[in-house]
Design a protein around this ligand. Structure first.
Ligand SMILES: [Zn+2]
Length: 301
């Protein structure tokens, strides 16, 4: 996990920074570690990268729990996906199978449908997909490091069981992505260096012969911002907010918090509920009504 320093520009970076701190704190707190030990948060131990003391961490955590992230509900998400899967229809377009217009549709779908982190989707590997089971093991991540980025193993520290389960419709999207990638690899021949990556760098605007390798996360975010503007989505909605949307919508839909929590690899349902439970007004009302109904309360008075 990269923690942007506080002087990184922009509100998104600042909130991302607060959030990373809070996630780290809560997750390490649950494991009985010192709350302020930088190493336990997966960030650098260097003082310039970690200017905070214990009090600051507490304040940051409090702040994060107060932040209302922008989210899209299920209907908005469905409309979004419908739009990103529309081929451009230009003369050179082949329905999007090789045309660049649908280049990122599978990636955006995976973010919206699974709530994985940006780094986790970019590190997904074909060999870690269990097609029949509908499971994806998240063994690798693509992380930013300073001005560079690299593919590295997911540290098991915070994610003991980094397996997510997805619907077969998501698997169908991944099969489509595989077909597209296979066609691309065939076309590129020796210019493609395979890393087993699902969302590998393609050859669109490729300058340095890195097809098949990891994508630059910042470039992915830049493409996200372009799309966000084009589709007039909330202007502060980051890729990571698909994760917030997914958890919020799953809980709103009455899904089991234990499963919701496990699928986003929170260390406990308590953590999930502490962060997202405040938005469960509808769910809470349904629960109250259901409980009253089972007791036959309305017939008493
Ligand atoms: Zn097209």
């Amino acid at each position: 996990m990269r923690v942007p320093r506080p002087d990184d520009s922009g509100r998104g970076a600042f909130f991302g920074w607060l959030e990373a701190i809070a996630e780290g704190i809560v997750e390490s707190a649950g494991r009985g570690r010192p709350l302020h030990r930088p190493g336990s948060l997966g960030v650098s131990n260097q003082p310039e990268a970690w200017p905070l003391g214990r009090d600051d961490c507490g304040r940051a955590r409090f702040l994060v729990l107060q932040i209302q992230y922008p989210t899209l509900d299920d209907d908005q998400t469905g409309r979004f996906l419908g739009t990103v899967w529309e081929p451009c229809g230009n003369r050179a377009c082949d329905g999007g199978l090789t045309h660049h217009c649908l280049r990122d549709a599978p990636l955006w779908t995976v973010y919206a449908a699974t709530g994985v982190r940006r780094s986790e989707a970019l590190g997904m590997k074909w060999s870690l997909i269990r097609w029949e089971e509908g499971a994806i093991e998240l063994g690798w991540v693509v992380v930013e490091e300073g001005n560079a980025y690299r593919l590295r193993k997911l540290t098991k520290d915070g994610d003991d069981n980094a397996v997510i389960y997805v619907d077969q419709s998501v698997m169908t999207v991944l099969k489509w992505q595989k077909q597209r990638q296979d066609a691309e690899r065939e076309r590129l021949g020796s210019a493609w260096v395979d890393h087993d990556l699902v969302f590998a760098r393609d050859d669109f605007k490729l300058y340095r012969g890195e097809a098949g390798g990891p994508q630059d996360p910042e470039k992915v975010s830049a493409r996200w911002r372009t799309l966000r503007t084009r589709l007039k989505l909330p202007e502060d909605f980051r890729i990571h907010d698909w994760r917030h949307s997914k958890v919020t919508n799953d809980l709103e839909a009455g899904e089991n918090p234990v499963e919701v929590s496990a699928n986003v690899r929170h260390h406990s349902p308590g953590y999930t509920m502490a962060r997202y439970g405040h938005s469960r007004k509808d769910g809470a009302r349904r629960l109250a009504a259901s409980g009253a109904g089972r007791l036959g309360l309305s017939s008493l008075v």
